[in-house]
Design a protein around this ligand. Structure first.
Ligand SMILES: [Cu+2]
Length: 154
């Protein structure tokens, strides 16, 4: 059983380390609770489909806060999946580990890169479908930003 768990974690970590493809950057807009526009530059947004027989996918993107205020990413979700978590990689005793991050504060003009080996989105219980997956980012000021993802098939 231990061996199987180890094997699964190796597969998951490999998934998070896949090479990322670039896509054209675009500005996505959300609305704050007071109705103000909230602008986010997003590029390279992609979803790497699960390995055969697995249901865990990983999503990568670059996110730039184009607003005058800091914002905190507090929740992420996607249709066709059970749950999405923000993760980060860390080295523990020379081993690469992933850990869940509850939220990320993003300063004005700051860019956070979600990529292999760093922050990334783990998509659990992902069901492959013909519909383009959309990652829904929710920020602390009640802004919701919907990010269409380019699907990368393994
Ligand atoms: Cu992860």
């Amino acid at each position: 059983m231990k061996k199987i768990l180890l094997l699964i974690s190796v597969v998951l970590i490999n998934l998070c380390f896949s090479v990322s493809a670039e896509s054209v950057g675009k500005v996505l807009e959300g609305k704050t609770s007071e109705g103000r526009a909230s602008e986010w530059q997003v590029s390279g947004a992609q979803l790497r489909e699960p390995m055969p027989g697995q249901t865990t996918a990983v999503a990568f993107l670059k996110l730039t806060n184009q607003n005058k205020e800091a914002a905190t990413l507090i929740s992420v979700s996607m249709e066709n999946s059970r749950a999405v978590e923000i993760h980060e990689h860390s080295h523990v005793n020379g081993m690469m580990r992933m850990r869940r991050v509850p939220s990320i504060e993003i300063a004005p003009a700051e860019t956070v890169v979600f990529q292999s080996g760093g922050y990334h989105f783990m998509v659990f219980g992902y069901v492959i479908s013909e519909v383009q997956p959309v990652l829904v980012l929710e920020f602390s000021d009640e802004v919701t930003v919907k990010v269409p993802l380019v699907v990368i098939k393994l």
